[in-house]
Design a protein around this ligand. Structure first.
Ligand SMILES: Cc1ncc(COP(=O)(O)O)c(C=O)c1O
Length: 398
């Protein structure tokens, strides 16, 4: 007996059921299909499989039944036809972009991207003869259109961005991309489809560090790409197959567990982060707070329009000098200091000396990352315990 997975089920239901036939696997939890190869029933079957004329599984670097459940579920959540799981968020970004580029091509990206993405775009791609034009005032649409040439192959935006919470106008940027007959790629890591579905706003391709909110519990490095069937099928049969950034089936299984509670977690992350952002905004030892849910955020109205809540990530600038920010971080007792985000536990990061350490101080200032900025990824703890920890740590500033 097969169980019907209805397309019209609502988001939270899809998080639990999409892509998984419990009768087919005879298990209410997806099975971990821990095998690198699959038997072909005949020579003709194998030939058709490798010509992509029929659906099936070829080899573990290219496809896997557990990975497929995760991919099918994510595609439904992101409103795309298909998805592809990768070994990390960086691997997802690399192959998603690379497939659209040839030597000599260009693309345009918001300058306000995760430090690793910045390095991929400004150091790795140039070695392949590819130019990334980084837009350092990405709220200004003219800066984007002025950067587009006949060599531009796509626009790339991380929204909200890590760590300074820039909000890209997805509708306006997709219009600009389509006027130039190129796709718009969105890094949807921070919002996740639970809070923002960029495809509904006109975007074409979604990339994720699934390591963050999708996994949700800090258990696996992983990534994903979602897009049209044509794009994903092509990617799987070329660069994904040739380069080898496959995800392990065990990690796909962990991601499926994570997705089950995505809607619930994102709601709680957002509620806690809103309370903490408001607490910090009123705090005498804090110069400024960056959180899209605050009315003071320059793009609050835009965030309100394209997100259903504002997620876990916020950053704030402490009073004083570099050492004051360091003292605050060292004084946290509950909040964990590390280089990660988007997980159930509250984490603090000092971007200037971790995630964005590869940039020069001038480059960091240009994208709004002063040395006294602390990034918080708010978890799902009792918010009062978090506030007590923050208040105690901020009292170290004199
Ligand atoms: C917004 C964003 N995109 C991509 C990445 C890269 O993901 P991964 O660490 O899974 O390779 C990160 C990592 O922090 C990130 O924050």
């Amino acid at each position: 007996m097969a169980k019907e997975n209805k397309k019209e089920y609502r988001f939270d239901t899809q998080c639990l059921h999409a892509g998984h036939d419990v009768f087919e696997t005879n298990s209410i939890s997806p099975i971990i299909h821990q095998s690198v190869a699959y038997p072909y029933e005949s020579a003709e079957y194998a030939a058709k499989l490798f010509r992509y004329e029929i659906e099936g599984f070829t080899y573990g670097r290219i496809d896997n039944p557990t990975n497929k459940i995760f991919e099918d579920r994510l595609a439904i959540l992101e409103l795309t036809e298909k998805a592809l799981a990768t070994s990390s968020g960086m691997a997802a970004e690399f192959i998603a972009c690379m497939r659209l580029l040839e030597q000599g091509d260009e693309f345009v990206s918001s300058g306000t991207v995760y430090g690793g993405t910045n390095q991929l775009f400004t150091q790795t791609f140039p070695r392949m003869g590819i130019t990334a034009k980084m837009v350092y005032n990405p709220e200004n649409l003219d800066k984007w259109s002025n950067s587009i040439t006949n060599k531009t192959k796509f626009l790339f935006v991380e929204s909200p961005s890590n760590p300074n919470l820039f909000i890209g106008d997805i509708e306006a940027l997709s219009k600009l991309a389509h006027e130039n007959e190129i796709p718009l790629i969105i890094d949807n890591t921070i919002a996740t489809p639970a809070l923002q579905q960029p495809i509904a706003l006109g975007a074409d391709i979604i990339v994720h560090s699934a390591t963050k909110h999708i996994s949700g519990n800090s258990t696996c490095i992983s990534g994903a790409i979602a897009g049209s069937a044509e794009y994903i099928d092509d990617l799987r049969s070329t660069d994904y197959r040739n380069i080898g950034p496959a995800i392990s089936p065990f990690n796909s299984w962990l991601l499926l567990l994570g997705l089950e509670t995505l809607g619930l977690r994102m709601k709680r992350h957002s509620e806690n982060a809103q309370v903490i952002a408001e607490f910090l905004e009123d705090h005498s030892k804090v110069v400024s707070v960056n959180y899209p849910g605050l009315k003071s955020h320059p793009q609050h109205e835009l965030a309100k329009k394209q997100m259903s809540a504002y997620s876990s990530l916020l950053s704030f600038v402490t009073k004083g000098e570099l050492d004051d920010a360091k003292n605050v971080i060292d004084a946290f007792q509950l909040i964990i200091h590390t280089g990660h985000l988007g997980t159930t536990k509250t984490l603090a990061t000092h971007p200037a000396f971790s995630t964005h350490e590869q940039l020069t101080q001038e480059e960091r200032i240009a994208i709004g990352i002063p040395d006294t900025m602390i990034r918080l990824s708010i978890g799902i703890e009792d918010v009062d315990d978090l506030i007590e920890d923050l208040d105690r740590a901020l009292s170290k500033i004199h």
